[in-house]
Design a binder for this molecule. Sequence first.
Ligand SMILES: Cc1cc2nc3c(=O)[nH]c(=O)nc-3n(C[C@H](O)[C@H](O)[C@H](O)COP(=O)(O)OP(=O)(O)OC[C@H]3O[C@@H](n4cnc5c(N)ncnc54)[C@H](O)[C@@H]3O)c2cc1C
Length: 414
Amino acid sequence: MTHHAKSSPPWDAIIIGAGASGLMCALEAAQRGLRVLVVDHSPKPGRKILISGGGRCNFTNLHSSMDNYLSHNPKFCLSALHAFTPWDFIALLEQHHIAFSEKKEGQLFCDNSARQVVQLLVDQCERSGVKWQLACQVNGVKRQGEGFLVATNQGTYLSGALVVATGGRSFPKLGATGLGYTLAKQFGHAVHPPQPALVPFTLEEKSYPQLNALAGISLDVIVSLDEEISFQEALLFTHRGLSGPAILQISSYWQSGRSIQINLLPHLSFFDHLIAQKSHNPKQSVPSLLNTLLPRRLAQWIGQQGEHPHKRIGELSKQQIQQWADRVNRWQITPGGTEGYRTAEVTKGGVDTAELSSKTMESRRVAGLYFIGEVLDVTGQLGGFNLQWAWSSGWAAGKALRSVVANPPQPSYS
Ligand SMILES: Cc1cc2nc3c(=O)[nH]c(=O)nc-3n(C[C@H](O)[C@H](O)[C@H](O)COP(=O)(O)OP(=O)(O)OC[C@H]3O[C@@H](n4cnc5c(N)ncnc54)[C@H](O)[C@@H]3O)c2cc1C
């Protein structure tokens, strides 16, 4: 990959961020003949793509629809998702012979490595003439005539359009910063407070003593939040609290202080089961019955939490049976917090979409300014939806960008 020389001509578009959305935007714009410079402070493009899906990149979900996204403006994502669909990304992979498979419920993963996706995007960008300025610190951006000046530690660049593709705040060790939010505010856009999402919960030892002894146990559960929203997927006990797909999903909807409900036996009404056991097996205790239904260490832990662990099922009142059933089918947990941006897969909140075009991602306040990808207040559920949003929004902006070379702005950065 060649870095671009400092004495640059005016660019049609500068894209800040060589992640999923920035690469897609650069590719689409450059294929249409635009002169595109991609600036990133990371030394390599697409680092988050490389680690996505455990290195296999869950690059899309066939069922992507607005229901899979959280936003203060839920319909905003529709236009771009319809214009560049999962099938459009699939066509790109197929054209370049990248093998993939559906894991479950429309989630598509590379058979080999996420590296292939990055390589494909970078190669195609380079063939189309995209230039890079990597390991490049952005010091500031300012309006210059009808264009933009981007001041960096490697020089000042002038362009007709500016695309902010800097992603969210999650995974700071891979280069995430709040630059996108700062730029949005600078140009008068509102920003919904960013928060970690798709993130494990932490539990406080004093509320859940010795729960960390369950670390490593995984089981299929239904996790819900006030019965408004629920997910049936795997839950994983960790040394710090709870993780696994079910927890990551619900974390995006959770607010501090709220409790979640976990159904540890989604296929069984434990109440009905205990009532039946009361006549069929009255001498058994609840903990020993739980041992046959749940992973052993979990069964023991739940057994210790009950008020009458040694009572035989035959001796339990209906109310006591209900208490046991609630502990298993409606276990209430109040997370102490989340693991935060360090491990969050995504950032919810972000640039308010009300003043952007949903068709082109262009600002209605500042002509030529675009926001794409995770920096926006559009957050996908787990399962390939976030990358699909990056592709769709990046493509939409890439298609809308126009050449300004006929009327370049003149530099006057001081
Ligand atoms: C561990 C993990 C696994 C994931 N797995 C999946 C998955 O399998 N499927 C899925 O759909 N989604 C997944 N995601 C989410 C997905 O990777 C992101 O939503 C997506 O990459 C967002 O694309 P983006 O272009 O908006 O931002 P990013 O891909 O994050 O790119 C932003 C770019 O901007 C650059 N940048 C940031 N600040 C600055 C600055 N100040 N100056 C210059 N450059 C800057 C960064 O270096 C980066 O290159 C995963 C995320 C994580 C953390």
